[in-house]
Design a protein around this ligand. Structure first.
Ligand SMILES: [Fe+2]
Length: 419
């Protein structure tokens, strides 16, 4: 289901891990070919072609790797023809033209091949031990149970081995990567398993032409999904361009949002949020001041203190930003963080004046990241504070302006860097 994109192989344990996975994968392949030798050429041709198409149209996963429907197709070839044919189909699925064109390093190929051979290999061996082949209709409770068990074995091995590689490569917690990259794939995996059962049943009952109605739509659906992910990236990029243009006009805040995004990510990691939330908070941070697009430029660039009218103008930006960001589908659930990024714990902030735990966690994080950056850069009416002074400011205002726990996380990050 997934092909890992391991970003570096600098670390020795990762190097050992990749080779070990590859060698165990090859051992599985040799075992299956020598023990279940009857390979169906028709099966290899039909299902090989399908997995080849599927893999070359796969979609990138949020963090690393990619997702494709080829597990469903490979599982169907296992049910219809047995482990040896499925093993050859797996080898075909390993050849990914895109990866060769993009000159993906050899170790990624080694790892991807190894982890896929292990996952399909163990899944196939268990399948062959338990599955009872008989008449055309193989659908009985025991056989369905076997297919579900094998599907679980595949998913478990595939995601665990891949998570291990990312964890070693990027030094991010194992569970964090798993939750962010794979937990959301469980319903999709169940769907692929059910599709594999349908594909093999129709194939057995009505012949190979049924693949046109079962596997092809899967590949097309996958391609559509890939386009959707591309669209989402394009949308984010254009919004970030708008932020850049906006900040370029406001002489005092050039690069502010990017820095707020970096601080927010560090705070979120310190607070042990999962990778999915970290990705959301980074996007929100990049967009937190997008509402300033409606604030008068003469106010934003005003040298000296703002008068009451100016403040009324500036204080509109969280609501305007919220209205913009809640139109972005994947950010709408957390867009309130933008609405409330100027609230204070004691209720003296704006626009709503909510206090304490009424303020969403993401808003509290944005608030501290935003305030820290504002404190440590020169502004029209204040000079930049030093890091030590800013830390003191965070400490003094924890519990009144800032959430004590989030402020504590930021202070820990900053003091950690000083050591
Ligand atoms: Fe703001």
């Amino acid at each position: 289901m997934s092909n890992t994109t391991v970003s570096s192989i600098r670390k020795f344990p990762l190097y050992v891990y990749v080779y070990a996975v590859f060698l165990v994968g090859v051992a599985f392949l040799v075992y299956i070919i020598s023990n279940y030798g009857n390979i169906s050429l028709l099966g290899v041709a039909l299902f090989g072609l399908l997995v080849f198409a599927s893999d070359n149209l796969s979609s990138p996963l949020p963090k690393t790797g990619s997702v494709s429907v080829n597990f469903g197709i490979t599982l169907a070839s296992l049910i219809i023809y047995g482990p040896a044919t499925a093993a050859v189909v797996t080898i075909i699925s390993i050849f990914n033209i895109k990866a060769f064109i993009k000159k993906v390093p050899y170790y990624k190929h080694l790892f991807n091949s190894g982890q896929y051979l292990i996952s399909i290999g163990l899944c196939s061996i268990v399948f062959e031990r338990l599955f009872v082949r008989g008449n055309v209709n193989f659908l009985n409770a025991a056989n369905i149970g076997t297919i579900l068990l094998c599907s679980f074995i595949f998913f478990f091995l595939n995601t665990t081995l891949t998570t291990g590689a990312i964890s070693l490569s990027e030094s991010i917690g194992f569970l964090n990567i798993w939750v962010f990259n794979f937990a959301w794939l469980i319903p999709f995996h169940v769907f692929l398993t059910l599709m594999a059962i349908a594909i093999s049943f129709l194939f057995g009952a009505y012949g190979y032409f049924t693949l046109v109605f079962t596997s092809l739509p899967l590949i097309i659906a996958q391609y559509t999904y890939k386009l959707r992910i591309k669209e989402r990236k394009a949308l984010l990029n254009s919004i970030l361009q708008i932020v850049k243009i906006m900040e370029a006009k406001d002489v005092y805040t050039a690069g502010h949002s990017i820095r707020v995004a970096e601080y927010s990510e560090e705070i979120a990691r310190e607070l042990k949020l999962n990778e999915y939330d970290i990705e959301i908070i980074k996007n929100l941070a990049n967009l937190h001041d997008i509402g300033k697009i409606q604030v008068d430029l003469s106010v934003l660039n005003k040298p000296g203190y703002l008068n009451e009218d100016d403040w009324i103008e500036v204080k509109k930006h969280p609501e305007v930003g919220y209205e913009i960001v809640r139109e972005i589908t994947f950010l709408q659930d957390d867009a309130t963080a933008i609405l409330h990024h100027h609230e204070k714990i004691d209720g003296s902030g704006y626009p709503s004046g909510i206090k304490g735990d009424k303020i969403p966690l993401f808003a509290k994080i944005l608030c501290i990241a935003d305030s820290y950056d504002a404190m440590t850069t020169d502004r029209p009416y204040t000079r930049a504070l030093t890091e030590e002074e800013a830390i003191l400011e965070l400490k003094e205002n924890a519990g009144t302006h800032f959430d004590p726990e989030v402020a504590g996380a930021m202070i820990k990050i900053l003091t950690g860097k000083q050591k």
